[in-house]
Write a protein that binds this ligand. Structure first.
Ligand code: GCO
Length: 257
């Protein structure tokens, strides 16, 4: 029988930013389960060390690296340092992100700039480093950017977040078109409202929580694990002819009027 094993990530190395918690952590663990070795990146090492231990105990390699990705000018050097220790990367997942919620009328410039740096410019720098290395080695690659419902719709108080995430969606399309010739697939996952530290204040707000339930046909918040299936698909050979797309994992939110 022809066994279909296109979803395996065996012998692949994945770099996941924002891997210490929430969506990044769930994706890193799922990739390790699927056979990948994982480079874990986040601002602090503490949580990463625990996740790395968990992955190593299950038989895969894991390398924890601390990096403050808001220092966008340092990302190229950081990336070179990482791959000199781990070897080349086959899959890049840009998860790390930040959000500030303040009325647009008084939104501070420094928070605007920081949001764009972390949510848009830093992923672009990682994509550049990754693609340069794939092209130089003549190896195919998979990039997954985590975008948002806010790539498609507005809501008050998060101008910088929404703009950065819609920018990241378009960046995904631009890079997909430009790098298809190198067999680098660039896709995005757009989560709906997911239980994470970033959304904790929203879940704790009764009115907001009710709104999320009403707007989400599945009538619940998503969990970080809800995203792992789409991530695995976009990281694996099963999606080789898919590029420039966003898969929304939103419980039906965007389909809803
Ligand atoms: C908000 C939320 C969102 C979600 C998510 C939705 O303030 O509305 O934080 O931005 O985190 O990105 O897709």
């Amino acid at each position: 029988m022809n066994t279909f094993n296109n979803f395996s990530l065996k012998d692949k190395t994945a770099l996941v930013s924002g891997a210490s918690r929430g969506i990044g952590k769930a994706i890193a663990l799922a990739f390790a389960d699927a056979g990948a070795n994982v480079i874990l990146v986040s601002r602090s090492r503490q949580e990463l060390d625990k996740i790395a231990e968990q992955i190593s105990a299950a038989g895969q390699k894991a390398w924890p690296f601390a990096c403050d990705i808001s220092r966008i000018g340092e990302i190229h050097n950081f990336y070179s340092k990482v791959v000199s220790q781990t070897g080349p990367v086959d899959i890049l997942v840009n998860v790390a992100g930040t959000i500030f919620r303040t009325d647009s009328i008084e939104f501070p410039l420094d928070k605007w700039q920081l949001s764009l740096d972390v949510n848009l410019t830093a992923p672009f720098m990682f994509c550049q480093c990754f693609a340069r290395s794939c092209i130089q080695r003549k190896q195919r690659g998979k990039i997954i950017n985590i975008t948002s419902l806010l790539s498609e719709r507005g809501r008050p108080t998060i101008p910088a977040y929404a703009v950065s995430k819609s920018g990241l969606k378009l960046l995904t399309m631009v890079l997909a078109v430009e790098w298809a010739k190198y067999k680098i697939n660039v896709n995005a996952i757009g989560p709906g409202y997911i239980e994470t530290e970033l959304t904790r204040p929203l879940m704790d707000n009764e009115t907001f929580n009710k709104w999320v339930h009403e707007k989400t046909p599945m009538d619940r918040w998503g969990t970080p694990n809800d995203l792992t299936g789409a991530a695995l698909f976009l990281a694996s050979g099963a999606s080789d002819f898919i590029t420039g797309q966003t898969i929304y994992v939103d419980g039906g939110w965007l389909a809803n009027l």
